[in-house]
Write a protein that binds this ligand. Structure first.
Ligand code: DX5
Ligand code: ZN
Length: 219
């Protein structure tokens, strides 16, 4: 059953960039909770996506909070710039952050929700000493870099492990899952303890994206 802790974050990576305003208005009119924005630098991941000028324009027309997912090296260099561009949540990869504790607190000090993202090979156990500090943990259910990839089944185990860690430590962190999410795995992810599901290809390639978002939201 849908609870207020079940959030849906469509990823604009799969939007039509020639008609970005139209697609963002569609998200505005939908039951989506956040707008997921993927930033890639061609170093941390092979792909390059968008930067500050585009995010600033998106912020101007988005009625939904911007959930910015940084797939960049040394993300600490750009915390203030992403705040200025309009990020509400800022998530950095654990694999890209040498001083994660400092980075997480700098994100919070800048006035954003702070998230940490784990690649598929990265163990949830590595979060033991940071889980109390973060607002969001995002588990990648594909290898980051592209939309439309196949969901990695082992993600279910990681969500369960993370849920346990959050309970044991009394942390208030929310669990986000990103990559290959669709109607075949969404309910099971929520049942295992996920709070936020990111969906790109599944939403934007569907006939009626507003309905598709409503379908995920109703789970
Ligand atoms: C992948 C991105 C995802 C992606 C999800 O590197 O982080 O947010 O847009 O897209 P789908 O749902 O198509 O896998
Ligand atoms: Zn993402």
């Amino acid at each position: 059953m849908a609870t207020s802790k079940h959030l849906i974050a469509p990823s604009i990576l799969s939007a039509d960039f020639v008609n970005l305003e139209r697609d963002i208005q569609m998200i505005n009119s939908s039951k989506a909770d956040w707008l997921h924005v993927d930033v890639m630098d061609g170093l941390f991941v092979p792909n390059i996506t968008i930067g500050f000028p585009v995010i600033k324009r998106i912020k101007k027309i988005s009625a939904k909070p911007l959930d910015v997912h940084l797939m960049i090296v040394q993300p600490e260099r750009y915390i203030d710039a992403f705040k200025e561009a309009g990020a509400d949540n800022l998530s950095v990869h654990i694999e890209a952050s040498v001083h994660l504790h400092r980075t997480i607190h700098a994100i919070k000090d800048a006035g954003m929700k702070a998230g940490v993202v784990l690649n598929p090979h990265t163990s949830v156990n590595l979060l033991e000493d940071i889980i109390a500090d973060v607002d969001i943990v995002c588990i990648m259910s594909v290898n980051p870099g592209y939309g439309g990839q196949k969901f990695i089944e082992h993600t279910f185990n990681k969500v369960l492990q993370l849920k346990k860690l959050i309970e044991i430590t009394n942390s208030s962190a929310l669990i986000e899952v990103d990559g290959g999410v669709d109607i075949s795995n969404a309910a099971k992810l929520f049942d295992h303890g996920a709070n936020i599901l990111v969906a790109g290809n599944y939403v934007f390639s569907s006939k009626d994206p507003v309905e598709t978002i409503a379908g995920l939201k109703s789970l």
